[in-house]
Design a protein around this ligand. Structure first.
Ligand code: AMP
Ligand code: ZN
Length: 111
């Protein structure tokens, strides 16, 4: 996707503060953090949102979910963390390349 912000970051065409990468995902710091730790876990594959997932993405989804506690541990989030996936405009999604927000570092407010 030539016009996708996160694809450009993944391809190295735009800068990011990257903390982890492997063959399936790239993880970088959110540019406008909502907590002292705020990471974005982004698949290398361009998928717009959860609405576009299907059975072929089973392994990728599993990989992303299992990565979250490892990232949290690496970030020192011993007290816990929050994950958020905004889906669609009404869900608050502004970048239409699937990503999981990983937030923590202090007591987070309830919803
Ligand atoms: P969402 O509302 O779930 O689509 O979240 C998109 C997130 O991407 C927001 O929290 C933005 O602050 C973040 N964001 C936008 N541009 C960048 C960027 N260039 N580098 C890092 N994070 C970004
Ligand atoms: Zn993309």
């Amino acid at each position: 996707m030539t016009d996708c912000l996160f694809c450009k970051i993944i391809e190295g065409k735009l800068p990011s503060d990257q903390v982890y990468q492997d063959d399936q995902v790239v993880v970088f710091k959110d540019i406008n953090p909502c907590a002292s730790t705020h990471l974005l876990v982004v698949p290398r594959l361009h998928i717009e949102s959860l609405n576009d997932m299907n059975e072929s993405h089973h392994e990728l989804l599993s990989h992303m979910m299992l990565l979250l506690p490892k990232l949290a541990k690496d970030q020192g989030l011993a007290g816990g963390f929050r994950t958020v996936v905004n889906t669609g405009k009404e869900g608050g999604q502004i970048v239409f390349h699937l990503h999981i927000h990983l937030l923590g570092g202090k007591q987070l407010p309830g919803f």
